[in-house]
Ligand binder design. Structure first.
Ligand code: NDP
Ligand code: GDR
Length: 357
């Protein structure tokens, strides 16, 4: 009997970690994830795939650890003996990184270095070859140097988060070139889903749309509406991470849709999904501005499309629709026959029917 492939994921409780776990389990992998100890459970996104480890045939295992704790990373590596490692763990909020720059640099930058060092020693000692994926970000491009952005576009990071990701990016390349580690940097543009953290702009908007539609919220306070992002669907993007590690040679890849839209466009589309006008509800709050903004991101993923055969499967319009729909459903606000709420002609009437007015 052949051993199943064994993957270790940092950041398994996050948006991408949860989708990647599902994907790898479907591919027959044994999946191990590193979780942080918290005073309340933070495993909501993976609860549906978690099983009692005492049961036979279980293939998902969790280990307590932290990217700021190198000793534990080493111990987990020894215990798990993974063949693939996906480094998704991060303090991933750009705005928050200005409030907590030192911690962000520690978890995102130094955390990656700790993991790479642990892998280097582990490979040297055991002779086992590990494949490593680093979760790089389009935020590394920062201030516009070239449009669209591709693998060769120079970085100009504009936040503590982005600076830390650039450090992790180059360390990953250094371990590839110095020690022959099979290490890939994904340079992923924004990707979203119903599992997106609630303080990122897309989810903040779609949750507010559902709550406003359901008369549970009156206003939505926002920052810079002019920023433009290349937004894709998270499920498509985790597939790309895995594809990178299945190639003959380790390389770096941009993953993006190639379309860009402003925050204002996202607002417009999300509110119009339930026939509301966003201007009636949205107000400006300077607290959501960043000390330095990334104004325009649009990615050129030609390399990934050609070499990996990757392409996105969800359009911008579909993404907005599926996120709003999921947030409506979470509040019990879908139309009774399960049809998309888009078809609703008269909001007031429907809202009365649902008993929310
Ligand atoms: P999330 O914020 O949803 O998840 C981050 C994960 O990292 C969580 O599991 C979190 O754990 C964990 N984490 C945070 N700090 C530490 C730490 N010190 N040690 C170990 N784990 C930690 O991010 P996403 O899933 O959206 O993104 C995954 C990765 O991809 C991140 O590295 C992000 O920076 C990067 N990225 C994301 C993009 C996107 O658009 N989503 C685009 C480009 C890059 P907990 O649940 O306990 O907080
Ligand atoms: P970003 O995502 O910074 O691109 O980083 P976010 O959704 O936080 O912001 C996108 C843009 O929207 C503007 N904005 C607001 N943002 C938030 N969060 N809240 C608001 O109220 C608001 N109003 C306007 C922002 O200024 C920004 O221009 C995400 C993260 O997932 C990173 O980890 C990842 O690396 C990058 O995407 C690619």
């Amino acid at each position: 009997m052949t051993q199943p492939k064994r993957a270790l994921i940092t950041g398994i409780t996050g948006q991408d970690g949860s989708y990647l776990s599902e994907f790898l389990l479907e591919q027959g992998y044994e999946v191990h994830g590193i979780i942080r100890r918290t005073s309340t459970f933070n495993t909501d996104r993976i609860d549906h795939i978690y099983e009692d480890p005492h049961k036979e045939g279980v293939r998902l295992f969790l280990h307590y650890g932290d990217l700021t704790d190198g000793t534990t990373l080493r111990r987990i590596l020894e215990e798990v003996q993974p063949t693939e490692i996906y480094n998704l763990g991060a303090q991933s909020h750009v705005r928050v990184s200005f409030d907590s720059p030192e911690y962000t640099a520690d978890a995102v930058g130094m955390g990656t270095l700790r993991l790479l060092e642990a892998i280097r020693d582990y490979q040297h000692r055991t002779g086992i070859q590990v494949r490593f994926y680093q979760a790089g970000s389009s935020e590394m491009f920062g201030l516009v140097q070239e449009v669209p952005q591709k693998e060769t576009t120079p970085f100009y990071p504009r936040s503590p988060y982005a600076c830390a990701k650039v450090y992790a990016h180059w360390q990953t390349i250094n371990y590839r070139e110095s020690y022959g580690l099979f290490a890939c940097n994904g340079i992923l543009f924004n990707h979203e889903s119903p599992r997106r953290g609630e303080t990122f702009v897309t989810r903040k908007i779609t949750m507010a749309v559902a709550r406003i539609f359901g008369a549970r919220q009156k206003k939505l306070y926002m920052g810079n509406l002019d920023a433009k992002r290349d937004w894709g669907y998270a499920k498509d993007y985790v597939r790309a991470m895995w594809m990178m590690l299945q190639q003959d040679e380790p390389e770096d890849y941009v993953i993006a849709t190639g379309e860009t839209h402003s925050v204002r466009e996202f607002l417009e589309l999300a509110f119009s999904y339930v026939n509301l006008n966003w201007q009636d509800y949205v107000e400006f709050d300077p607290r959501y501005l960043r000390p330095a903004e990334v104004e325009l991101l649009i990615g050129d993923s030609t390399k990934a499309r050609q070499k990996l055969g990757w392409k996105p499967s969800v359009t911008f319009e579909e993404l907005v629709a599926l996120m709003v729909e999921a947030d409506l459903q979470a509040l019990g606000l879908t139309s009774p026959n399960g049809n998309v709420v888009k078809a609703i002609k008269d909001n007031a009437m429907i809202r009365q029917e649902l008993g929310v007015l």
